[in-house]
Design a protein around this ligand. Structure first.
Ligand code: GLV
Length: 325
């Protein structure tokens, strides 16, 4: 009998067909989030799950799915999965690193430019028939070129964002738990600073850290107070990196000028007040959403699942301890 695998949301046919060559696949092609009780029901008898960020695998789910051997997440982040619990229970967890870095960096820039130049607001103004012709004082935004960009988290995506800033003649400063070597700093044209300096000096603060207990609410009241009143916050990392209530307060009090957000503390919801703010752009977690990249992510996840259930070490195994190093 072929192993059974659950695909928890709609994915590309190419990836589904690849899985179908190896497994009996049950898939939720309706593409609606699966509620935990349904997830548990569907997981019965399955050895693998190919899943998305909107599906939570916590210890409660794992406890009632003892046959599960692999959770293959179609994302680089994996905060929807309790990896420690998986390790304890011998369940492999994989992700899709690398393939989405440039696409996410592109989108970060999309948010940055759109927020600085009020593109979404302008679009709405036009569509609702309010535009009566060119006006000198209309939709004044903030220049991007030659300003200071602060990159928080200088990993693959942070580096991609910094590299793109060269085209805008920007000064780029970064902060991270570790400073990169001087040759890398030269290559990217960046300067290492501490968090405080970054917040005080940046015109744009862009977040690119993974979600860990140490990065939860990395941006809160104290941080917004340090920022320039004209500064814009961009978050295409993880929602809880920003204290959303503190962000609302900072925007209301004019401590910062605006925000471009792709991620939220409690997706798919956000702090209600953000919805009414014109100086905020709210994207529905789409930073990696290009056809090319999402297709690669799905194929990579399928390959991780296939490797895991054929007795091989999956290329992107996050908890190596399960197999022994
Ligand atoms: C998207 O947010 C991802 O983690 O891949």
């Amino acid at each position: 009998m072929r192993p059974k695998v659950l695909v928890t949301r709609k994915i590309f046919d190419e990836a589904l067909n690849l899985l179908g060559k190896h497994f009996d696949v049950e898939s939720n092609q309706r593409d609606l989030p699966v509620i935990p009780s349904q997830l548990v029901k569907r997981l019965q008898g399955k050895l693998g799950a190919v899943t998305l960020l909107s599906c939570v695998f916590d210890d409660k789910v794992l406890a009632v799915c003892p046959e599960l051997k692999i959770i293959s997440n179609i994302a680089v982040g994996f905060n929807n999965i309790d990896v420690k619990a998986c390790t304890r229970r011998g369940v492999m967890v994989t992700n899709t690193p690398g393939v989405l870095d440039d696409t996410t960096a592109d989108f970060t820039w999309c948010l940055l430019l759109a927020t600085a130049r009020r593109v979404v607001e302008g679009d709405k103004f036009f569509r609702t028939g309010k535009w009566k012709g060119w006006g000198l004082m209309q939709f004044l935004g903030h220049d991007v070129h030659r300003k200071t960009l602060g990159v928080v988290g200088f990993g693959r995506i942070g580096k991609g964002v910094a590299r793109r800033a060269k085209g805008f003649d920007m000064r780029v400063i970064y902060t991270d738990v570790q400073r990169v070597d001087e040759a890398t700093e030269r290559e990217y044209g960046v300067m290492y600073v501490d968090k405080r300096t970054l917040l005080r000096e940046s015109d744009f603060v862009s977040l690119h850290v993974p979600l860990f207990p140490e990065t939860t609410h990395y941006m809160s009241h104290a941080e917004f107070t340090l920022m320039k009143k004209t500064a814009i916050l961009i978050n295409a990392s993880r929602g809880p990196v920003v204290d959303e209530k503190a962000l609302v307060k900072a925007l209301k009090e004019g401590k910062i000028a605006g925000a471009g957000l792709d991620v939220y503390e409690k997706e798919p919801k956000c702090e209600r007040a953000l919805i009414g703010m014109k100086n905020v752009i709210l994207a529905p977690h789409i930073a990696s959403a290009s056809v090319e990249t999402r297709a690669k992510m799905a194929m990579m996840a399928a390959q991780n699942c296939i490797a895991a259930l054929s007795g091989q070490r999956p290329p992107n195994l996050l908890n190596q301890e399960v197999l022994g190093r």
